[in-house]
Design a protein around this ligand. Structure first.
Ligand SMILES: Nc1ncnc2c1ncn2[C@@H]1O[C@H](COP(=O)(O)OP(=O)(O)OP(=O)(O)O)[C@@H](O)[C@H]1O
Ligand SMILES: [Mg+2]
Length: 412
């Protein structure tokens, strides 16, 4: 490797490859004094959040603090190029360059500054996650709780304006990945400034300490519950994992044990990487010391201004058109998730402002729901209100066909 051009020789951009680039950048910028650098990703086949996200944070730091100008050579593999563009990785890696625009896809990487932007982003993530798959009990509540805590930590502890967040659900492999990163002070530095006994201790030990209940560097503000609760959530999900990288330390829950290790070069900031198996239940009350979340997962969206025991689902707010199956699949996922997350509530589906729905849409949503819940289950959990005669006729028709079809399948 010569001059100020780095050629990525590995096919995957993961944490190890990120560290190779980081070492090279340290030599090139800090030791050799280059103020511009090219990172050639032409050979790349795959980019994982645990490689792309920290690299984005690092390049952002070099740009902000030292004015370094980066050129990124995008992957030549069309699939990798497409994913890296859609995930916003290229847009952020090549910030300010014209060849990669930042996309608004919900499952892409997003930057946030300040609490109101973070709240909007978390709302968006909840909707994206609700639509993507159906989850085992406790997974959605755990997801919402942990995302709020870990991303909220950036706002109060990182000492920088900007954080990064990405949530990806893979329905086929039943996998959810949550990545939160910042280029701020880091956990060890905050722990050392609040707990003097940590001044000579290793960074990884300071992170492990921060993961204990009640440990906070800001007792005026926090209670030291966020990280420990997030770790407990990952632990109680079979197959769940969490890795926390900060400065020269790494603490990881993997394969049923906590690994505490040093990491070099140091990561200037904090990177939290959470992986959950969406098909494995999470006993969230137990994980959070017997106290479940004070509100069910969906309260903000579906439980406001309703009678006790009712959730309200305004169909017109869920999509802009009610004419195709893919849209109906997303809405049915949401409905099934809401029913699981509040098992004693009735879901009121309000047809206000909806004049017409297509039969394919109605079948995908209501026909399949009746089969999934059973006729009695459907009647006891779902109430449809403000529906016009036309939509009612469409739903009656498709539900009848579905029932007949499922009977004839059973008889075969
Ligand atoms: N992104 C971060 N950047 C820097 N330090 C962090 C970050 N996240 C956590 N920390 C450090 O780890 C400590 C423990 O975090 P944790 O979320 O468990 O508790 P808290 O945020 O202090 O309190 P609570 O979560 O109850 O509001 C924090 O007090 C802070 O010192
Ligand atoms: Mg916290």
């Amino acid at each position: 490797m010569t001059g100020n051009r780095f050629v990525c020789r590995h096919s995957a951009l993961n944490w190890a490859e990120f560290q190779t680039i980081q070492k090279w950048l340290h030599r090139t910028v800090e030791e050799q004094g280059f103020s511009d650098a090219t990172i050639d990703l032409a050979d790349l086949r795959q980019a994982y959040p645990n490689g792309a996200v920290p690299l984005i944070v690092l390049l952002d730091q070099y740009r902000q603090t030292q004015g370094v100008d980066f050129d990124i050579v995008p992957p030549s593999d069309p699939l990798c190029l497409r994913t890296m563009t859609e995930q916003n990785y290229l847009g952020y890696l090549a910030a300010g360059k014209s060849h990669a625009a930042v996309s608004g896809r919900p499952n892409a990487l997003h930057q946030f500054t300040g609490d109101s932007q973070l709240n909007d982003l978390i709302d968006q993530q909840i909707h994206q996650v609700l639509e993507r798959a159906v989850y085992a009990e406790g997974v959605l509540q755990s997801f919402e709780w942990a995302l709020n805590e870990v991303a909220g930590n950036v706002l109060v502890h990182a000492g920088v304006d900007v954080g990064w967040l990405q949530v990806v659900v893979h329905p086929n492999s039943r996998h959810m990945a949550i990545a939160v990163a910042d280029g701020g002070l880091g956990i060890p530095a905050n722990i050392r400034s609040a707990y003097k006994e940590f001044s000579g201790k290793r960074d990884e030990d300071a992170i492990a300490f921060a993961l204990q209940e009640g440990i906070t560097s800001r007792p005026d503000f926090g209670q030291g519950k966020g990280l420990t609760g997030t770790l407990e959530i990952a632990k109680s999900n079979l197959g769940g994992r969490i890795a926390i990288h900060s400065q020269k330390g790494k603490v990881e829950w993997l394969d049923g044990r906590l690994r505490i290790a040093g990491d070099f070069p140091p990561f200037t900031g904090t990177f939290v990487d959470i992986q959950l198996d969406t098909s494995q239940p999470i006993a969230i009350e137990k994980a959070l010391w017997g106290k479940g979340p004070a509100f069910p997962f969906n309260e903000n969206f579906y439980g406001q201004d309703t009678r006790v025991g009712e959730m309200k689902f305004l169909l017109s707010e869920e999509a802009s058109s009610f004419g195709n199956r893919p849209t109906a699949v997303k809405i049915r996922n949401k409905v099934e998730n809401l029913l699981v997350s509040a098992p004693n509530d009735v879901l009121v589906i309000d047809f206000q402002n909806i004049d017409l729905i297509a039969s394919s849409f109605a079948d995908e949503l209501f026909g399949k729901l009746v089969i999934a819940l059973g006729f009695v289950g459907f009647l006891s959990r779902i109430r449809i209100v403000n529906i016009n005669k036309f939509c009612r006729g469409i739903i009656d028709d498709v539900v009848q066909s579905r029932i007949v079809q499922s009977r004839s399948n059973q008889n075969e």
